[in-house]
Design a protein around this ligand. Structure first.
Ligand code: X2X
Length: 360
């Protein structure tokens, strides 16, 4: 008996498959969440950045009534240390979300280099004006086009240069020094321009390189990265030149985020914003008068262990160098040619937005 034509049989198979897909999609929308959402970050839980990520995990759990559980994977362990791969992996959905530095997104989204232009931003006030202004909005749009939803601005901080050889006051002091940098082209350009010998390396390999003296120096924020790695064990000298800043963005795979019920989306956003406020205050404590110390105490009932990171590294034997205006000008002059090369890559519009935000 010929019940179905060949064509009919095929249609039936397709319809059955389709209804299975529709059923699972519908039930997912009705509150079937994954058992665990994977989050990547490049550092460990002892960093302020890592503590912000832990806070995010806790707040998401609390605010979603335990429906969304995030597991943090530290030290870019899901990427085998390849820190610059984080945005692609979240965009593809292999990893669900990230608490990640803008530097680690800059090879995929060159707009992120707006924060890495040397001697452009200089202080927290300017940075906040950009992040919460037109620049921040534009950056989140760029992320959306890549399949990522930006949820909040956290921080790693203004990056300072450390080394084992001598104080750095002027570009000539960097001459020939081997400096570990992230494998982001603008960093390599900057240190070459300054006469140093930049060596790019993932963070996961950096501490061993400091220990073995494979490099003479590095650049990372004080307090956030320099305190937990106890940089004074390797480098005696730090120059506080605030040459660029490293924001951290809390972000999520867009397809997945958009499919969450509105209530869940709202809860995750609120958790991201609250954790970022805590994390930023940790990174700024002792560097912005009483402001961040007060936020930690009053809003989070948290007493930070090292309220004055500068005095702390001095107590560990470090020589802390602050630049005079003239010394700062020498660095600005030496790095100015990079603007011609990098503003077109970053985007002239975004650069103009950043300047306008800072002038407000
Ligand atoms: O690799 C670095 O230097 C670090 C830890 O600061 C970042 O992930 C950008």
């Amino acid at each position: 008996m010929k019940r179905f034509s060949r064509f009919g049989q095929r249609t039936l198979v397709w319809l059955t498959a389709l209804s299975v897909v529709v059923f699972f999609t519908a039930s997912a929308g009705a509150g079937q969440f994954k058992k665990e959402y994977k989050m990547t970050l490049n550092v460990g839980p002892q960093f302020y950045w890592g503590m912000g990520a832990v806070k995010f995990v806790e707040l998401v759990k609390k605010k979603t009534g335990g429906q969304i559980n995030i597991k943090p994977y530290y030290g870019s362990s899901l990427l085998k240390g390849a820190q610059l791969k984080s945005p692609q992996m979240v965009a593809s959905g292999v990893i669900d979300c990230a608490y990640e530095s803008t530097i680690n997104s800059s090879p995929v989204m060159p707009e992120m280099n707006i924060f890495s232009l040397p001697f452009f931003i200089n202080n927290f006030e300017n940075l906040d004006k950009m992040e919460y202004g037109a620049t921040g909005k534009a950056i989140f749009k760029v992320m959306e086009k890549k399949g990522l939803v930006g949820l909040a601005w956290a921080e790693n901080g203004f990056r300072q240069v450390t080394n084992s050889k001598h104080e750095i006051h002027l570009p000539k002091d960097l001459q020939g020094l081997k400096i570990r940098v992230v494998g982001s082209p603008l960093f390599i350009d900057t240190f070459r321009k300054l006469g140093a010998d930049p060596v790019n390396m993932n963070w996961g390999d950096a501490t061993t390189a400091f220990q073995q003296g494979v490099v003479d120096g590095q650049e990372n924020p004080l307090p956030d990265v320099l305190l937990p790695v106890q940089i004074w064990q390797y480098h005696k000298y730090v120059t506080r030149w605030n040459y660029l800043v490293d924001p951290v963005i809390v972000y999520w795979n867009k397809r997945q985020f958009d499919a969450f019920p509105k209530k869940i989306q709202k809860a995750i956003r609120a958790a991201a914003v609250e954790s970022a406020r805590f994390e930023k205050a940790l990174c700024r404590a002792g560097l912005d008068g009483h402001k961040s110390l007060d936020i930690l105490k009053k809003e989070f009932n948290y007493t930070i262990k090292i309220p004055d990171p500068i005095a702390y590294v001095k107590s560990k034997g470090m020589v802390v160098t602050n630049l005079t205006d003239a010394e700062r000008q020498a660095f600005i002059k030496a790095t100015q040619p990079l603007y011609d090369k990098w503003i077109p890559k970053i985007g002239k519009d975004l650069y103009a937005k950043a300047k306008a935000d800072m002038a407000k």
